[in-house]
Design a binder for this molecule. Sequence first.
Ligand code: FAD
Ligand code: MLT
Ligand code: ZN
Length: 492
Amino acid sequence: MRLARHIRRRTDAVRSFSAPTMPVAKRHDWLSTLEDADVANLNARCSKIIEGADAKPYNRDWMDKCEGKARIVAQPATTEEVSAVLAYCNEKRLAVTTQGGKTGLVGGSVPVHDEVILSTTRLNTIEGLDKDTGVVTCGAGVVLETLDAYLREHDFVAPLDLGAAGTCTIGGNLATNAGGVRFVRYGSLRGACVGLEFVKADGTVVDCARTSLRKDNTGYALPQLLIGSEGTLGVITKCCIACPSLSPFVNVAWLACNSFDEVRKVLTTARSTLGEILSAVEFLDRGALDATLRAHPDIEDPLETDAPFRVLVETAGCDATHDAAKLERFLEAIDVEDGCVAPTTSAMNALWTLREGVSDAMTSRGFVYKYDVSLPPSTLYDLVEKTTERLEHLDVDVAGYGHVGDANLHLNVCDVTGYREEVHALLEPWVYEEVARSRGSISAEHGVGQCKPEYLHLNKSVEAMDLMGSLKKVMDPHLILNPYKVLPASVL
Ligand code: FAD
Ligand code: MLT
Ligand code: ZN
């Protein structure tokens, strides 16, 4: 039997503009302001320019937390047009924010002030797949789910998958070095990206996609500089991604655990008994589960227990009998409160919706303070408990969930009354300092964006930050690319 993969809803690109926005960095005085003559010049260089009210939705971020004031959105259809737009903006000292699917969760993809938005969504050609190597070559604006569907037609899959797959672009995934639910199986996108074409701030096109073979040790790995750079070093226009073969037989187990230690034991047992067919290990706590169940009244938790944690374990393999035997051994080896295996594809989809629906469920309920951290597994959940205790006197919802297989916790605090300085001040810098004290990362997979530059020092040494500043100045000497993001002003 060949099971269809779960299909996530295509996330809405435009949402209501109701929530208050976050405090923002002061505008850099070395940057110019867009004049009518600039708009005319950019119109001559780029086949699609969006202006006025039509540009407004591109200014507001996914979470309704950040809003820029860009007058125009340039939507180039080719690398040459990207180059022409950047060359002009660089010459005129006009700041540019690159935007893919706008699903980023740290305010990186929207302007802070009046930056020109460069939307990559028309760079959406899939050039082809080399079936010998599994390398697919495509434009940066290809939507991840579209790419994955194309690959599945050829018995391959994208090496990453995430809840925003129906909207995010592969260029945005690369620019944020997105993790997602398959990281535990396929590792970082850094390893899968074998070639990249990008455009520097001055419009120079850098072709690092001349070979799309896995092995290439010809000096500096320039594509790696762009991966995770969040639009601050260049615009990714094309990429070559090494893709794994499709594992068509999928099973999803849903387990209830009484403690986070039990969750961790499930993970270690899953690793040892399932081996190469393990394709996801995700967890939700009670706060996250309640939120996602509330947002999806059509879906029931198949487990009736009040146990405080759920774990989703997915396997994907090539031999149904062998996979079933392994799954059986795994289920026999674990000691949990309750559990089940989804009997049908739609039951699997429902369980995935419960897990991947947490993010939107929280955001649609109120203002969300969102933390995406990695921590040593043994103390990973302590942060949620400490946060709950710290905010006990305030009427807020605290939820912990994430990619437990990668020691990646998502801590969300949702305030239905909206943004409150009092809550913010109790959370920051406290959360980040707690994470740094445990030698964790203040951004496991979402990036730094405009939300965390002032906390970068908690993870990076002075020397490392200085080198980041120097690289920025080499790649973008007039500092036009995605200002106020990633780097603190002190290193520029
Ligand atoms: P955007 O949001 O448009 O941009 C993100 C950043 O990349 C910005 O700084 C932007 O300037 C830059 N950028 C975009 N395209 C380019 C380009 N071509 N060249 C240079 N810079 C560029 N992230 C995870 O890591 N794991 C998850 O599991 C995960 N799940 C999510 C689930 C939901 C429901 C949502 C809404 C988001 C999730 N995210 C997750 C966050 C987000 O990082 C990813 O959705 C995705 O990688 C962003 O892609 P995008 O095309 O939307 O990029
Ligand atoms: C997830 O894993 O669901 C995403 O990273 C989104 C989020 O953190 O809310
Ligand atoms: Zn995540």
